[in-house]
Design a protein around this ligand. Structure first.
Ligand SMILES: [Zn+2]
Length: 226
């Protein structure tokens, strides 16, 4: 083999391996806190309902079953059916408390099952998203909009944000320590004194890197400043 080609290959391999002591990194990767790992929690498909839709569907307040990791959030006993243009999904969880506006959070696989084109959005940002029909055993509610694929995000307190050196609404890169390791980009940092440290991804994302329970990730860079 031509010596130049060999040198070229060595150079490429060396570049891929990175320079010693992380010196190649700029900005974030130079911070010592980037090695702190964080818990990753898997969010299944679920809905948040407004009081009016709860009344239409169940005629009574929702029943609290189990606290969720984020303070104040809980799983309800009631379930709904999602009816899309070309499919239905049954037994979908409802998370409380009620919200000013109903919202349905799906994976892209779920959207395909229902026959819907669903955008990736942050929770609450539902303007212009598709609507859907929800049914219970006894009632029905039609949403004009509110179906989203939730943008992957990290909940953290201001103290956590200081530890990681990140800011509210910044988008970061997170290395997932699964059996098929991967780096997720555009992970939205959400800072609030009430939040408990946890990254939230859906099952499509978790399965793509072989993540299960007790999964962890590490912030390794910044995709986009806030
Ligand atoms: Zn979340």
């Amino acid at each position: 083999m031509d010596q130049r080609i060999v040198e070229d290959i060595i150079k490429k391999v060396m570049a891929q391996m990175g320079t010693p002591e992380g010196a190649s990194g700029k900005g974030f990767s130079e911070k010592k806190t980037c090695d702190e790992s964080l818990p990753v929690e898997l969010s299944g498909r679920h809905v948040h309902l407004c009081d009016e839709d709860i009344k239409e569907l169940f005629g009574a307040p929702l029943t609290h079953v189990k606290e969720l990791s984020q303070p104040g959030q809980y799983l309800c006993k009631e379930r709904v059916r999602l009816i899309g243009p070309s499919g239905v999904i049954d037994n979908v969880a409802i998370l409380g408390p009620s919200r000013p506006k109903s919202q349905v959070e799906l994976s892209l696989t779920d959207a395909r099952i229902l026959g819907m084109k669903v955008p990736v959005r942050q929770s609450g940002d539902v303007a212009g998203t598709p609507g859907i029909v929800l049914t219970s055993g006894s009632g029905l509610a039609g949403l004009e909009e509110g179906v989203i694929v939730a943008a992957r995000h990290i909940h953290m307190s201001p103290a956590d944000a200081a530890t990681f050196g990140v800011f509210d609404n910044q988008k970061v890169d997170v290395h997932m320590d699964g059996t098929r390791p991967a780096v997720f980009k555009d992970v939205v940092v959400r800072v609030n004194p009430n939040f408990k440290l946890a990254m939230h991804i859906d099952f499509d994302e978790a399965n793509s890197c072989g993540l299960g329970k007790n999964a962890r990730g590490r912030i390794v860079g910044v995709t986009q400043e806030a």
